[in-house]
Write a protein that binds this ligand. Structure first.
Ligand code: SAH
Length: 259
């Protein structure tokens, strides 16, 4: 089952448009013979994979898709496993390594594995609203499909209390509508209701929408599966339609000294 000719590419395709993919990701797709991924992501790179063998799947079949990709690579194929954003951030890189290691793979004798990094949702979304992540930040996924809600709650509490700028991934789905309200409640117990928040939907995709609001108002906006929220820290501000978290330079040296 382990044909050393095979290779597994774990490819990050970025938030949406091809312009936000890396050169290496484009090359790696070119090199691959088989492309495996969630249908919506494969649609985003349709033109690049027209001549490949394609194995699409629906959500919730992640592990199946991953196992399939690993098996194909171990049988000698050059396989691209595609994730949106960065493959190593809430992506398929973790499960792929778990499957490989479970099957007895090691990097010395087994097939080659290459992880190709990309632009994750938080930096893509940040770029559309200004500079909200210029100081310490963290990412928390509100999806409790694989993580117990009690753990997520603990992390929200810690992030809110420690004044991290916080990116919320997977904020809401058809069934999970309460979690964002809970997250808001936790943040409001540590931060002002006026704290700036960016709500970015479908960054670099056709339905891109960017809104700036605050902690008290954020849940009144439309939030869905393709939305990321960036909650500012106690120093973040919105001015002229731009959200900024100060890096600290201007406090230290003063803006008036710059001519
Ligand atoms: N690996 C991906 C994250 C997958 S989790 C990455 O690195 O970006 C899926 C969540 O990511 C979505 O629920 C949403 O919160 C966020 N997301 C992914 N693509 C996005 C986009 N184009 N615009 C805004 N948020 C996005």
């Amino acid at each position: 089952m382990n044909n050393p000719q095979g290779k597994l590419y774990l490819i990050s395709i970025g938030p949406g448009s091809q312009k936000t993919m890396t050169g290496r990701a484009l090359e790696a797709i070119e090199e691959a013979q088989v492309v495996v991924g969630y249908k919506t992501y494969l649609q985003l790179i349709e033109e690049l994979i027209a001549d490949k063998q394609i194995m699409g799947s629906r959500m919730r079949q992640e592990l199946e898709r991953c196992t399939q990709a690993c098996q194909l690579a171990m049988s000698g194929e050059r396989v691209a496993l595609i994730s949106s954003g960065d493959v190593g951030i809430y992506g398929m890189a973790g499960p792929a390594y778990e499957v490989l290691l479970h099957a007895g793979w090691n990097p010395r004798e087994g097939i080659e594995v290459e992880v190709i990094p990309g632009i994750t949702a938080l930096s893509a979304c940040a770029s559309l609203v200004g500079a909200p992540l210029t100081h310490d930040f963290c990412a928390i996924s509100l999806s409790d499909l694989m993580t117990p809600w009690s753990v997520i709650e603990k992390r929200l509490e810690a992030a809110a209390q420690a004044d991290f700028v916080t990116a919320l991934y997977n904020p809401k789905s058809g069934k999970r509508v309460q979690h964002i309200l809970e997250a808001q409640r936790i943040f409001l117990s540590h931060r002002s209701p006026e704290t700036p928040v960016a709500v970015v939907n479908a960054a670099f995709r056709d339905k891109e929408r960017t809104l700036l609001t605050n902690l008290a108002q954020m849940t009144t906006l439309e939030i869905g599966m393709q939305t990321t929220l960036l909650i500012g820290n106690s120093q973040s501000f919105i001015k002229e339609g731009v959200m900024v978290t100060p890096r600290g330079y201007t406090e230290k040296y003063g803006l008036d000294s710059i001519r």
